[in-house]
Design a protein around this ligand. Structure first.
Ligand code: SF4
Length: 142
């Protein structure tokens, strides 16, 4: 039973895991909400290029060259948490394939190697990945 002024809320397993992780870092629920909403806004504003904080502590810049992407989908099968063919999000069809988009990726939910592997799996080198801290270009062309 919740105490005075307290309420029980139901959250998904994924949301629960994010909150547990945040609690261990000393973040409050408000901190988490602000951080996640800022991430979402930044992601929407920067369509086509994103900075992703990986679960192994890297900050990667990921960018898709839509002109090179032909919808082969190996990136989507390697890292479905990050990449998706989504005609609604990005609009339009090209050469019979749906253009590629990047999902809203929760902080520290995907490891860097998976993202780099997905980018390297692209036969058209349409995905560029750079390590922000070292400046190392890990996949694709700038
Ligand atoms: S980026 Fe490359 S692997 Fe991904 S869908 Fe486009 S062509 Fe396929």
């Amino acid at each position: 039973m919740p105490g005075r002024g307290e309420q029980n809320v139901s959250v998904s397993q994924k949301a629960y895991e994010i909150l547990e992780k945040a609690k261990k870092k000393g973040e409050t629920l408000s901190d988490v909400i602000v951080r996640l909403s800022e991430t979402k806004i930044a992601g929407l504003q920067r369509r086509g290029e994103k900075e992703i904080m990986t679960s192994d502590g890297k900050r990667l810049v990921v960018r898709i060259d839509q002109d090179k992407c032909a919808g082969a989908e190996s990136c989507v099968s390697t890292a479905p948490e990050v990449f998706a063919l989504d005609p609604k999000e990005l609009g339009g069809f090209r050469r019979g394939a749906q253009p590629l988009g990047m999902r809203e990726v929760g902080e520290e939910t995907v490891d860097g190697d998976t993202i780099v592997l997905a980018a390297k799996s692209c036969p058209y080198r349409a995905i560029y990945v750079k390590d922000v801290a070292t400046g190392e270009e890990l996949a694709g062309y700038p």
